[in-house]
Design a protein around this ligand. Structure first.
Ligand code: SAM
Ligand code: SF4
Length: 441
């Protein structure tokens, strides 16, 4: 029978990369990816546990697989990622129609688990954490790419234990990938036509810390920038407490480094930042912003904000509002605090009513909407360099690409431009993208 699989991915870039790995591994045992769950023999979800909403979404999607399994008991259903890591084997009991569970350290074992279920018709799970030495052998290293831009993993896990965050619990301790391996992957990708690399990790700024003989993150960036064929470099995520002066200097020095930094602040109040265990205060953060803008005046910043952390009162919240006004981020990604099992903040008393948190959240979005509109409107009438990523789904000779600030621009042009940096005059700015026209060179 035709071996087909369907895969849905939730969550951050780390999960995106893990899913790419899943596609490769399943391809290796003869499985072909399909776009519809109804066409697949193997159904997989790669899940996110960072907020309750994401977990509920994963379970909701899992529930949709049940009628398919009822109709055809030979289907194999699997759940991986951060929810799998946190909940473990008990998911198999909770969802009797689930056949296999694989955690964040066990993506490589998926073929073996699938084979186990196929042969034994039993259930299979792999959710243990692996030791450092084993993990170092298992960094995703994908060969073969038709894309213009790719994620390259430089580190995994996190040791920061921000009091709200489940990541250290579900991804384990921080490890840095050897730089030789990273550079060799980037060289291979460049050879295959990849033009933009995003170096990813939960906390890339602490890359190489405590590893004898390894470069730090700024050193790694300079080495990646020296690779021919790569035209643009991005990185994410940065922790403000580890953003060094040397890394800041890179924004003024490395042409290939995009003039965009995602620098999650989480909130503007010193008391709440301390309760979050973030390791910096408001003044330190604003100092970083000033230094970044001094070395690279065109830089645009984005951030993450949590509203409704336990104990956050109106004065704390107003510190976040004034911070947004002061920094004027191009974009923010904002979340209502969601207590996560096993984290310190989940144990804190929280007497702010949900309606008050929601009202603050909405007020913040209204403020940021104005700031963002203003930030992106500045591009209208200007010629911006766009890295062309592909043809728009709408067709009609439309291409799309991104500016250095990671903004999508749609414009008309021939498909031969895919993979090239081209000048585009921005003619209109929408909430999430821009429209432009190609400028003759
Ligand atoms: N490592 C990154 C960092 O240090 O910012 C991001 C990790 S997390 C996957 C992405 C964002 O989710 C965080 O920056 C935070 O704003 C948000 N987040 C994490 N835990 C949360 C929680 N319990 N409730 C609400 N938002 C949360
Ligand atoms: Fe979570 Fe903090 Fe680590 Fe980011 S730095 S992954 S927010 S614990």
């Amino acid at each position: 029978m035709d071996k087909t699989f369907y895969l849905e991915t939730f969550g951050c870039q780390m999960n995106v990369v893990d899913s790419e790995r899943v596609v490769d591994l399943l391809g290796g045992i003869g499985y072909r990816q399909v776009a519809q769950a109804q066409e697949a023999r193997l159904l997989l979800l790669n899940t996110c546990a960072v907020r309750d909403k994401a977990v509920r979404k994963a379970y909701g999607h899992l529930g949709r697989f049940k009628p398919l399994k009822d109709a055809d008991p030979a289907l194999i259903i699997g759940l991986g990622g951060c929810v799998a890591q946190q909940e473990g084997e008990q998911l198999l009991k909770e969802f009797p129609y689930l056949d296999l569970v694989f955690g964040t350290h066990n993506v490589h074992r998926l073929p073996e688990l699938v084979n186990d279920v196929e042969v034994r018709r039993g259930k299979a799970a792999a959710v243990d954490f692996l030791d450092r030495e084993t993990r170092l052998q298992l960094f995703p290293n994908r060969i073969g790419s038709e894309a213009v831009n790719r994620f390259v993993t430089v580190m995994q896990g996190c040791d920061n234990f921000c009091s709200f965050c489940v990541v250290p619990i579900v991804r384990g301790r921080e490890i840095s990938r050897p730089s030789g391996e990273i550079l060799s992957e980037v060289r291979d990708l460049a050879g295959q036509g990849v033009r933009e690399i995003t170096l990813i990790g939960q906390n890339v700024n602490s890359y190489g810390v405590g590893v004898a003989g390894e470069s730090d993150f700024a050193g790694l960036l300079r080495q990646v920038a020296a690779i021919d064929g790569i035209r643009r470099i991005r990185f994410t995520t940065s922790h403000p407490k580890d953003l060094s002066d040397d890394l800041i200097a890179c924004f003024g020095e490395i042409d290939k480094l995009c003039k965009h930094l995602h620098l999650p602040v989480q909130c503007g109040s010193d008391a709440i930042l301390q309760a979050m265990n973030r390791g910096y205060g408001r003044a330190h953060y604003l100092g970083l912003v000033n230094r970044l803008r001094a070395v690279c005046p065109e830089i645009r910043l984005t951030t993450d904000i949590i509203v409704g952390f336990p104990g956050e009162d109106e004065a704390d919240f107003s510190d976040t509002m004034t911070l947004l006004e002061e920094v004027r981020y191009a974009e923010i990604y904002s979340f209502l605090f969601s207590p996560r099992r096993g984290t310190a903040a989940a144990e804190l008393p929280d007497d702010t009513p949900a309606a008050v948190k929601q009202e603050r959240f909405d007020r913040m979005l209204a403020l940021q909407n104005e700031i963002s509109k203003d930030a992106w409107a500045r591009d209208v009438g200007q010629v911006r360099e766009v890295l062309v990523e592909g043809e728009s789904k709408q067709g009609h000779g439309q291409l799309y690409g991104r500016t250095t600030w990671n903004r999508i621009v749609n414009f008309s042009g021939p498909p031969e431009l895919v993979g090239q940096l081209v000048p585009v005059r921005v003619t209109k700015s929408y909430r999430n993208s821009q429209l432009g026209e190609l400028v003759e060179r």
